[in-house]
Design a protein around this ligand. Structure first.
Ligand SMILES: NC(=O)c1ccc[n+]([C@@H]2O[C@H](COP(=O)([O-])OP(=O)(O)OC[C@H]3O[C@@H](n4cnc5c(N)ncnc54)[C@H](O)[C@@H]3O)[C@@H](O)[C@H]2O)c1
Length: 386
């Protein structure tokens, strides 16, 4: 809503109850706190903007004149499908239906519609008023018209729109999962978690895997990880240590403790979580393992690059520049590294492939190189073609 109001659209906020709407209004106001504090906007200016361009309602009927509907209700297939079915009977036939789901398949969501061509994924990143990326996801039947309207809309609200096809985690969540998820394997081998965090920060990422996991929620990551395991089998097998971590009930910031303890002003490592890791390592007879920061980051990156190649091979993504922009604008991947694929090209695809082969021998399928990458290594190709 912040973006719609800022960039000249009229908006209607629908929610299930007046109480939910009031919560929504308070959340919208909060998104304008920064410009008000900085003096680029006034309280009166915001009040006027909201009064003139924002309506609220608990009746879906009021959306009948909308050009675009962006749905962001609970992450539940049935709830979302029920709402979309109702909206199809209310909205104009040319209205675009955008869903902000983080992971539900767009094709399945759209399957309840008479015209599935009008549905598309519009995946915003938190906080939506500040993060630059808009990941646009085409379902199997999304029409060209729906896609072009969505890209135009993304540009109108000053986002960097990138277009991908439907698949588990779409592009960004799967790419980030591949980059960060491998850290659990390092912990299982006895590498110090603090060292892993530091290695990522020194590489230029805004935070390490434990900090990120606490921010998004260890429970959310666990469920997303399970989805990937179901879709991709052994290559994404959940580590036994992660099962134990999930069972602690420490889910991160929202429960005031995860990998870190947030009860004081400055987060400190959570001793109870450290004890879970220690107990696991003792039971398995694992000794502490020394790795350099470069070894840690290289291990994470070869897996991430391999997953990127799988996504190109599967037709989820087609343009390396979009993939790189998505990681930079959606996750804070260091811009001066150029993105996952630009980095891979500079590193040398043969080096990446050889690294994977070695790791596959040692650790199994998790590092199984994608055949696209193998072919590229043999032919001396790069992701970016000039
Ligand atoms: N939180 C994020 O960082 C993030 C990022 C990208 C996408 N998303 C997606 O946005 C959607 C909403 O996530 P959220 O984190 O804002 O959740 P939330 O729980 O904060 O909000 C859910 C909204 O759904 C409404 N709702 C509750 N029960 C409902 C029902 N039975 N029918 C219709 N509406 C109902 C609530 O009133 C509320 O407005 C999800 O699909 C989520 O995957 C979230």
């Amino acid at each position: 809503i912040n973006l719609l109001l800022r960039y000249g659209f009229d908006a209607i906020l629908w929610d299930i109850s007046e109480e939910a709407i009031q919560k929504g209004i308070a959340a919208i106001r909060k998104t304008f706190a920064y410009p008000i504090k900085k003096g680029s906007m006034t309280e009166e200016g915001l009040a006027k903007l909201m009064q003139e361009h924002l309506k609220t309602t608990t009746s879906l009927e009021d959306l009948k004149g909308a050009d675009l509907v962006i749905e962001a209700v609970l992450e539940n297939m049935k709830i979302k499908q029920d709402i979309w079915k109702k909206l199809e009977g209310i909205c104009r036939p040319d209205a675009v239906f955008g869903t902000n789901t983080s992971a539900l398949p767009i094709t399945e969501l759209a399957s309840v519609l008479t015209d599935p061509g009008r549905m598309i994924g519009l995946h915003f990143f938190n906080p939506a008023e500040r993060m630059q990326l808009l990941e646009i996801i085409c379902g199997k039947r999304t029409s060209d018209q729906t896609l072009s309207s969505s890209v135009a809309f993304g540009r109108a609200i000053r986002k960097v729109p990138i277009v991908v096809n439907d698949g588990p985690g779409f592009y960004v969540s799967r790419q980030l999962g591949a980059l960060m998820g491998g850290s659990s394997l390092l912990l299982e081998e006895g590498v110090d978690p603090a060292k892993v965090e530091q290695a990522f920060m020194d590489f230029g990422l805004p935070m390490g895997p434990a900090t990120l996991s606490d921010l998004t929620g260890i429970d959310i990551n666990y469920h997303v990880g399970k989805t990937f395991e179901k879709a991709f089998g052994k290559r994404w097998e959940m580590s036994p240590l992660m099962e134990l971590v999930y069972q602690t009930g420490f889910y991160g910031r929202k429960t005031k403790a995860g990998w870190f303890d947030y009860s004081e002003e400055k987060p400190v490592p959570n001793p109870k979580m450290a004890a879970v890791v220690q107990k696991y390592l003792q039971e398995k007879g694992v000794k502490p393992k020394e790795m350099t920061e470069k070894e840690i980051v290289d291990r994470m990156l070869v897996r991430a690059i391999n997953e990127a190649a799988y996504m190109i091979q599967e037709g989820i993504c087609d343009r390396p520049q979009d993939m790189d922009l998505a990681m930079i604008y959606g996750t804070g991947f260091p811009p001066y590294r150029g993105g996952i694929l630009r980095y891979a090209d500079a590193w040398g695809i043969k080096n990446v492939y050889d690294g994977l082969v070695k790791l596959e021998k040692e650790y199994g399928e998790r590092f199984k190189p994608c055949s696209l990458l193998k072919g590229m290594a043999e032919k001396g190709q790069t992701f970016y073609k000039y």
